[in-house]
Design a protein around this ligand. Structure first.
Ligand SMILES: Nc1nc2c(c(=O)[nH]1)N[C@H]1C(S)=C(S)[C@@H](COP(=O)(O)O)O[C@H]1N2
Ligand SMILES: [Mo]
Length: 368
């Protein structure tokens, strides 16, 4: 008898009340790394420090034989190799990418999946061809509704065998700054970030940015594949349809001040005036305010927010703090122009998606 995909792929579940991180979660966590918090200091995340999330295996793709098919309900189906893409007029867009599951490990009960703390984020300069240009070249047929992005990685999720694949509506796909990208920070894409070509959908959570892109298909109905219709939805119970996860909710994170304890990562700091700095972002509207608390959220003061020319990248904020000896819990929270503000608590849902509760940073200010 051969195994069905159900038999080798467990259903989703929540951790028990006292259940620690499982070996399955540790295995995922050691493949999919976070950005170290100290890299929050840089506007563009240095190579290798950007977070990585891969559902299945990193596929081996030969850039010399790779090509991108654009077809389905179009007037002129296209096949483009890497050189053909490189010969077109490219653009570079600075984009902060964040995994929709960022913060999941702190939820209670914890959804068993990639157990992110708060580091599933990074910012890169992505260079590529505007997707709108490629779609216009192919000419969507009348009645075109959605665009499907199919990747070269393949696996099983919750019993369903699939290529990694996501859909956008035609309107979402035609938005400014959506790129079919072949460079990250001025170099060819590294294997783990989608070599040779990936999609970049600025302002959206990571799952929309399909890596190892191989096919773009225009369809005349709403896309109902696994990653859109089943996986990335916020639900309180498994039998609900839930809401699609789309844009990134506002978040601010500190560059951890001082120096860390090896095990706990709690911070030690000498007394005196310190500049607290960090970065803040939102996919809904530009960040308008960042507040800082040094008393665990009891009181807040606004930080100074640096102006930014990059709509889709995080912005620096800073404030001065006169630190005197003692133990402190620092918190920062962002508010964007749509009125969304980071809540004090993580929002719970079954997948642990889009939760953007503000993060405590524990600081011990030493005696002088
Ligand atoms: N083909 C493919 N694309 C993918 C994924 C994947 O597993 N396969 N993971 C998605 C998810 S969930 C995230 S958060 C981002 C992560 O992008 P990065 O690894 O470049 O940071 O890629 C997205 N694109
Ligand atoms: Mo993700």
């Amino acid at each position: 008898m051969t195994a069905t995909t159900d038999q080798i792929s467990p259903p989703g579940r929540l951790a028990g009340p006292e259940e620690g991180i499982t070996l399955d979660e540790l295995r995922l966590a050691s493949r999919n790394h976070a950005m170290p918090a100290e890299a929050m200091r840089a506007d563009v995340t240095p190579p290798g420090l950007h977070y990585v999330l891969v559902h299945y295996d990193i596929p081996h793709v030969d850039a010399d034989t790779w090509s991108l098919d654009i077809g389905g309900d179009v007037e002129r189906p296209l096949v483009l190799d890497l050189q053909a893409l490189r010969d077109m007029a490219a653009r570079t867009v600075r984009v902060t990418l964040e995994c929709a599951g960022n913060g999941r490990a702190a939820l209670s009960p914890r959804p068993i999946s990639q157990p992110w703390l708060a580091g599933a984020v990074g910012t890169a300069d992505w260079t590529g061809i505007p997707l709108r240009q490629l779609l216009e070249d192919a000419g969507p047929a009348r009645g075109a509704h959605s665009v499907v992005f199919t990747a070269l990685d393949h696996g099983i999720e919750r019993g369903i065998e699939q290529d990694y694949e996501r859909g956008l509506t035609l309107e979402q796909a035609m938005a400014d700054d959506v790129l079919v990208a072949f460079e990250m920070n001025g170099a060819p894409l590294p294997p783990q970030h989608g070599h040779p070509v990936r999609l970049v959908v600025p302002g959206w959570y990571g799952m929309a940015h399909v890596k190892w892109l191989s096919r773009i298909t225009i369809i005349d109905h709403e896309y109902d594949g696994y990653q859109n219709a089943v996986a990335y939805r916020t639900r309180a119970r498994p039998d609900e349809p839930g809401e699609a996860v789309t844009r990134i909710h506002p978040r601010a994170l500190l560059v951890p001040p001082g120096f860390p304890d090896f095990m706990t990562r709690e911070r030690a700091l000498r007394p005196g005036v310190v500049e607290l700095e960090g970065r803040a972002w939102s996919g809904w509207a530009p960040v308008e305010q960042v507040d800082v608390s040094t008393d665990d959220g009891a009181t807040w003061q606004p930080a100074e927010l640096s102006p930014s020319e990059h709509r889709w990248a995080w912005q620096r904020f800073a404030c001065r703090w006169t630190a005197s000896p003692g133990r402190y819990v620092l918190r920062v929270r962002a508010t964007d122009g749509s009125g969304r503000q980071q809540p004090a608590d993580q929002q719970w849902n079954l997948g642990g998606f889009a939760n953007n509760g503000d993060q405590p940073v524990i600081v011990h200010v030493l005696e002088a």
